[in-house]
Ligand binder design. Sequence first.
Ligand code: CAA
Ligand code: NAD
Length: 302
Amino acid sequence: AAVRGLSTTAQLSKINNVTVIGAGLMGSGIAQVSANAKLNVVVVDSNQSALDKAQKGIESSLQRVAKKKHADDAKAQTALVSSVLDRIKMSTNVSDSVKDADLVIEAIVENIDIKRKLFAEVEAAAKPTTLITTNTSSLRLADIGLNLKDKTRFGGLHFFNPVPMMKLLEVVRHNDTSDDTFQKLMEYGKAVGKTTVACKDTPGFIVNRLLVPYMFEALRLYERGDASMPDIDVAMKLGAGYPMGPFELSDYVGLDTCKFIMDGWHKQYPDEVAFKPSPLLDSLVDAGKTGRKSGEGFYKYK
Ligand code: CAA
Ligand code: NAD
């Protein structure tokens, strides 16, 4: 509460430069909200076409935001879009891009070995004071950061999809995260307009620990033949006030991502019934039906 009311730049006197690694669905949203808070942002991806796609995605998302904020003022809409875009640079080089970073946010593929390799490169090139964070959905920070030399500057910033719309940020600390790092990450969250909650390094933190088993419980209800998918979705929207039903939401998150999360937890906790994989989900992912992004998951989007 002490920082409320101060300007964004005053709150973040220590964080001016943010480097986001991974320009996918999440990284582009994280870059957008950071630049919108007047921070200088570099977005890095190993794939140039992902950067091109991110540039277009950020622009169209900003246009939606600007249209709402300045409904009858086309000039103000254009000014908002270009002022945020001007603060975002794109790069394919990790080491160069983290040299001046005060905060690094990793949002690459959910794979422990690839993340560990990336963090070694980040730590070698970044300043000794740079805060290093991951947006992982399901992996343990202690595992991702295993080989970091200085673990006190490492923490989790878990955003939600779509990042510009979802108001929550889970700030995660593991055993070695320092109080100072945790405090600065909480302040960053407030500066980018999110409500923050404190999480420990436990599977799924708060939201995914409750949400992902719920999505799989809906699948089991359907697999038993107890209700149709559209009825389950309608029931949870109108009976529980959720914006999307569990099948719509799974398609939105990505069925491959849902499977990856559950398989990882099931392997670690084989006796936990809430972490049981679903044969139906597995068969859809095997067939390349990964949800909205592929045009088909539980529902068709083409
Ligand atoms: N950028 C900017 N604005 C956006 C946007 C985006 N990417 N997506 C939606 N909007 C805006 C639209 O402009 C629209 O505003 P107006 O209508 O007022 O102009 C408003 O949001 C509503 O959008 P829509 O009409 O398209 O659709 P909607 O009302 O269904 O809202 C939604 C979309 C916000 C996504 C809503 O359906 C929702 O909250 N769904 C649940 C999302 C959710 O639970 N996410 C968490 C997933 S779990 C996760 O992320 C964690 C993990 O680790 C897997
Ligand atoms: P995505 O597949 O849309 O994007 C990942 C990007 O990372 C791709 O553009 C890829 O080219 C890039 N990449 C992969 N390896 C790289 C490397 N070594 N160096 C640089 N770039 C690399 O994935 P996403 O949905 O944005 O998820 C990213 C992270 O965020 C994952 O850890 C995921 O679990 C987490 N997350 C996802 C969601 C969601 O709803 N999709 C929500 C919260 C958190």
